[in-house]
Structures are given as structure tokens and as C-alpha cells.
Write a protein that binds this ligand. Sequence first.
Ligand code: XMP
Length: 515
Amino acid sequence: MAHQTILVLDFGSQYTQLIARRLRELNVYSEVLSFSTPAEEIRRKAPVGVILSGGPRSVGEPGAPRCVPELFEMGLPVLGICYGMQLMTDMLGGEVASAPHREFGHALVTVLPAANGEPLFVDVPREFRVWASHGDFVTVQPPGFSVVATSANAPIAAMEAPHRHLFALLFHPEVAHTDHGLEILRNFAFRVCGCAGDWTIESFVEEATARIRQQVGDGRVVCALSGGVDSAVAALLIHRAIGDRLTCIFVDNGVLRQGEAAQIERRFVDKLKLSVVCVDASQQFLSRLAGVTDPETKRKIIGATFIEVFEREAGARGRFAFLGQGTLYPDVIESVSVVGPAAAIKSHHNVGGLPERMPFGLVEPLRQLFKDEVREVGRQIGLDGEFVHRQPFPGPGLAVRILGAVTTERLALVRRADAIVAEEIRRAGWYRRLWQSFAVLLPVQSVGVMGDARTYENTVAIRAVESRDGMTADWARLPHELLATISSRIVNEVKGINRVVFDISTKPPSTIEWE
Ligand code: XMP
């Protein structure tokens, strides 16, 4: 069933996905497409509105990304945000200049008195705080536009040509630091584009189930279970659609966390009644990882070995026409993104790999969803809260949390330290508040003293971050007492570790995982 859709054209802003996320929070279906999407494709998607995202470039620069000019002639409501506003200005005959004072961070916006009744600012105070991040600004609005809001460093903070359904904001309504930002997006979606809010998780589950049945027909599907939420929800949706024509394969790659393999059996086989083939391939993985220190090489080895094991096990179980995968929307966007900082920084193996090697059709029921929507779907189809709120765990597992070579001894160290972190974080009631919390084994030895003896042992770093989607993250302000408990338990209980440090880096510029 087609939902009213607002398209977001991506000009490379780190906030592009957030725009789509916010719209979905408003029950409006939204998709992110490249800035260069041709006019025919935009028409084919039949959107009720289009948002032009921000971006890192200057519109005047050679090669700066531009959308097709027809976009402004389709009669569709268009909202330009930041770079989107500057581009709109440039393409429609206004002027953009580099600002004398760059605006980055908080700014105060004043809605002009005449604009009070205009659609974007209904129910928004005359003055409010916004998040801005731009070096350029609009000096002359295009013909037919009027200025509706202003700020200290930008005389034109918002402009509109309502009869042409064109609107633009210099600040970012999608960012939580902008007061009333959601209200402004709601106004655009509901008042300007005429959305009714027809995108809900219940409707998604029904439609996804029907789509899977239609796609798969009477074929069989094989699905890799990783132990994480995404592959589990994908498998359960597929199981809901086609029952036992789904076979799941769970590969123990030797770099899983403590007790993980046993948990998978209990949860999916015993409780949820999925048909799961559990394969212990740890020796094969660990022998190939021996001596490897480069993070990307570790990822590639694990990816390639996984494919080999998976092919072997699936091949031994008859013919499968389809492969089920828990690919999420951010994976899809990250792998097609063209410009700017949204370009992929690490190779994430859940998108590439398998399909190229095997003659499978792909069943990816979560391809349209963001992480928290997947959790919501999981809950809808009967997964327990504890599982649905599992923190993400990377495919290459503990291998990317051991800096340097992966050995059985080092695995045992990080595994035990990690289990202590998880236990204490849960006990203190922090688990769900955090995007991830884990231990990293550093390739560093330092001097300590235990009893009366000098030690020269390993260091563990604790990483605990808060994040909405893993794209940006802040380190969690864990209580000192909790850190103290974690630290003393690790040093006391894990022989071979005599020092614990806490990682206080944000993403960006750091990433969440250390490798
Ligand atoms: P980074 O470290 O890039 O991680 O800030 C962002 C999120 O992605 C997870 N991650 C991975 N997941 N395969 C995965 O399936 C990978 O190779 C991989 N690397 C990172 C990471 O745990 C975090 O949630």
C-alpha cells in the first residue's frame, strides 16, 4: 500500500537521516534519495513534498551538488534546510554570500510579525532557539519570496513563497537542539503537504508480511541469525509470513561474547520455535585471524570466512531461492551516499558479500526502517523487551575490540571484562539508556602492584556511549561509583588486567568501536 511520502534529497549533511527519522516520528513515511535524483524518479515516487537537506559545500563552488531544476516547477511543496535553502536561493534567482560571522551552534531566531499566520510557524513562539551550522547565508531572497524570520547573524533565517509551496530555513529543525523544530516539521508535513500521518508500525508489519509472501511465493528462504535484534526481527517477520519454509543459520565465529551461542539456542529454538542450524566454526575463524592486526583485514577475513561457512551449511540443506537479511535503512543510505561526511567510514559487512556470490533473491523486510522502528516491530511481533533492547554488537565481534592480534588468551580477557561491564551496567539500571557499553582490550601493558608484587599486565578501556542511531554518539556520564565497581571487579577478577581506563571521546571525531 502506498503511503503519503515526503522525499528528502541528500546534499551530504550529517543530519540528513535525522530529517527522515523526525518525519516518521510524526507518522509520515519518508525516504532519503541522492541530491541528483532525476525528475522522472521523483515523479514516480509521487511524493506529497520534498525536503532539501543541509550539506557541507558552498553553492557557488564548482561541483557543488544541485538538484534538478524541474523540482521547483512540479507544484510540489519544497522545504530547503541550510544548504537546501542556499541552493534554492541560487537556483531561483536570489543571492548567497559567505557570512561575515559563521553561525555554528545556538542562535536566536525571531519570526517577523507579519509572518505569524504563515504555515511553518503556527504554534511556534515569536522567538526561539535554533541549531545553526553554516558559513554561507542568503543576502537577497529570490523573486516572489518573503522573509519570515531573522537572526542576529543571518537577516534571512527563514523565507517562503507560499503560493508556489516553497519554504526555506537556514537552521536545522530536525536537530533536538532546535526548540520547536519538530513543530516546524509537523507544520510542513501536515499543513503544507497535507499529510494525514498514515505510517504506523502496525501497518508496516501487516504490509511487510504480505510483501514477503508475495515475493517468496512457495520458495524457501535461508537467513543468517547473528544474535542481534535486526536479523532476529527480520527472521521473525519472514517466519510470520512463510513459516517453516524459513531456515536460519547461526554461526559461532569464535569472537562472540560470553554465553552468547547458548542463549541463541534457548531463545530462538526453544522459545520462538524457529528452525535454526547452529554451527560452531570458531576454530576456522580463529586460525585465519592468527597474527592479523589490521582492523579492516580482520573484518574482511571474518566476512569472507562467514560467507564460506554459510554457503557450505546452506548448500547442505537443499535449494534456497532467497536470502533473508536484516539490512536497515541507515545501511542502505550509507552504502549509496554520494557526497559529504555521510560516506562510509568502515566496511560494514551486512550489506555486501553474500548476495554477489550466491544466486539468491534478497528478502530484506527492514530495509525501510531505522533502528528504533525495528525494536518497535520486534515488540509488535512478540519479542521480549530484554531482547528488543539489546545493544548493538558488531558483526566482527570481539575481534574489533582486541587491538592487535586476536589470540585465545586475549579473547578470554576481553570476554570476561566485557561480561563484567554488561553485568554492572545492567545492575545499575543503565543498560537501556546506553546505545552501547563494552570493554576494549588495548595493546598496552603497564606496571601495577598487587599484594606485594609488581605486575606488568594489560589495560582495558571501557566504552559507554549514548546515541540515537549510532551515527553520532556522546560518551555516557556514568556515575563514578559504577565506574569504580566495574574497574575493581575487572582488576580483581580478570587475571591479566591491571588497569582500566574510561573512553571520553565523542563520535565524531572518534568512532564507537575502536577498530
Ligand atoms: P562505529 O564504530 O563506526 O560504529 O562508530 C557504529 C555502529 O556500528 C557498529 N559496527 C558494526 N556493525 N559490522 C557490524 O555489523 C561491523 O563491521 C561494524 N563496525 C561497527 C558499532 O557497534 C556501532 O553500533
